[in-house]
Design a protein around this ligand. Sequence first.
Ligand SMILES: Cc1cc2nc3c(=O)[nH]c(=O)nc-3n(C[C@H](O)[C@H](O)[C@H](O)COP(=O)(O)OP(=O)(O)OC[C@H]3O[C@@H](n4cnc5c(N)ncnc54)[C@H](O)[C@@H]3O)c2cc1C
Length: 594
Amino acid sequence: MSEYQPRLDDMTFTLNHVAGLEAVSKLNGYQHADPVTVGTILEEAGRFFSEVIAPLNRIGDVQGSVLTEDGTVRTPDGFKEAYQKYLESGWASAQLPEEWGGGGLPYMIGVAIQEMFKTANMAFALAPSLTHGAVEALERHGSEDLKTLYLEKLVSGEWAGTMNLTEPEAGSDVGALRTKAIKQDDGSYRLFGTKIFITWGDQDLTENILHLVLARTPDAPPGTRGISMFLVPKFILDENGRPGERNDLKVLSLEHKLGIHASPTCVLSYGEQGKGAVGYLVGDEQEGMRNMFTMMNASRVGVGMEGVAIGERAYQHALQYARERVQGRPIGADARKSVPIIEHPDVRRMLLTMRANVEAMRSLLYVTAGEADHMFHADTEERRRLASDRLALLTPIVKAWCTDLGVELASIGMQVHGGMGYVEETGAAQYLRDSRIAPIYEGTNGIQAVDLVLRKLPVQNGAVVAGLMAEMAEVGDKMGQHEELNVFQHELSSALEGLIETSTWLGHRLAAGDIQAALAGASPYLRQFGTVLGGWLMGTAAVEALRAPSGLDPGFLSEKVNTARFYGEQILPTANGLIASVVGGSGLLENATF
Ligand SMILES: Cc1cc2nc3c(=O)[nH]c(=O)nc-3n(C[C@H](O)[C@H](O)[C@H](O)COP(=O)(O)OP(=O)(O)OC[C@H]3O[C@@H](n4cnc5c(N)ncnc54)[C@H](O)[C@@H]3O)c2cc1C
């Protein structure tokens, strides 16, 4: 079975020539992240994740995490030791704030490091992803006391964070949650309620777990307005700041799932013993939903990354199989011997479809991460504001477009394996099973599409979307200077026209108050938007590769142009095929009898 080889050439090319690493490394506080240093960092990280973490992917799937008789979770063989090495190597904190002991790398680089972790072992990587989200939420909204007590250990990875929103009656509609938080005389709270589907809700990797829990105080108004956020530690800290008494919270069960078996998905009961779980308010009462969005937005980008990661891993696996599997003679050729399947045009199409989509998604992921860096570190208010608007717009697209594609690519990867893909031994099936959760959790992809159309499209009367489209059109102009990009240029221009058409149509529906019609087209619109963004960024990559930056392997550059052209000439045109679905309105959906 193939193991994971980080594609550092594509990652560094994308960072440097598509996503604007140089501009990010000039931002205040990031000067140590110059492109040369970043190249070395990624090489080291790649070695760690491919050698230490990737080999545990299969055993994690087969053994899974289990709930032991004493009510705690035991992770698969090798996970504990690998997690210790992860802490010692410093990768746990590379992108986290220096003030609390982190490496202070730009978020863009943190994303590239995290991508390698997720490609190596998606189920394992979910644990640190949630810890990173908890760090951000606590840093931005926690009191000084909470920060002092908890942040250093979270940043180092010695303690882990989790995110607790979902309850049996509160899934997409978080505002329906019922967990109660009752204030005590000492300012702390006692929590009572049940949370379901909590990722890494318990484990044996860290000495403490900090649950960020959404709950409702007794007199809070209904809906999302009445929600507050609490930090609830598994072990309450003693007077020395060390994990002490066990808090009143319990893992009731673990879910039996399709994939990501190593990631324990817990049903957690707070206040099981009647005392109530001790929790501390993060931010103000009834500000919980807003504050949790800090964690959720970072997590949404992190989940979008899973589409890139699983697509990459499935691609590498399929590529190796296609080189080795001998089957069939090339039709029309005077060949008596069977050939490796990689020689058949349809197999080559599958492989190139995988590679082109992965590279397009990776570009969007890094560009989006770069906006987060500009949002916090840019010199001018104007640039910070633009970055904030762009990040808000791109986040639902990264989450949904990339994760839908991740599933499709994992499925294509299985197809490359033929029947051997459908049996477990080859490992291709695991990627498909693992990938399937990503369009569901962290706000289903349907909810992301609603967010894009109802909240993001109308920002500044559509000016944020229009500004981005104008920037996309500029790349088309640059492509015009290269004859081999003529077809791609034409397709990009046509796809942009299509996106303008659907965006305008949706804007008019919203303005007319015809919300149902707009919502009916939301998911195909998000897909169209993602596909066109991919075209813009692969076009950028093609132009940059043709410029032949010095020091880069000519073989890699010509391969990049070919892959980008495949995206532009054969994948991008599918975007306009979605126009009819976006502007079709809600009539047929409403008329349907189910
Ligand atoms: C493995 C796993 C791990 C998870 N990890 C966590 C975690 O760590 N923390 C946590 O809090 N939660 C977690 N979740 C929960 C996850 O975020 C929810 O399952 C998800 O938000 C969907 O909620 P639901 O399952 O109740 O589905 P529902 O909300 O019941 O949705 C069912 C379907 O209806 C659609 N739908 C619902 N409402 C709307 C609407 N308004 N407009 C359009 N479509 C709609 C959805 O898109 C979906 O297709 C996890 C879930 C799983 C399975």
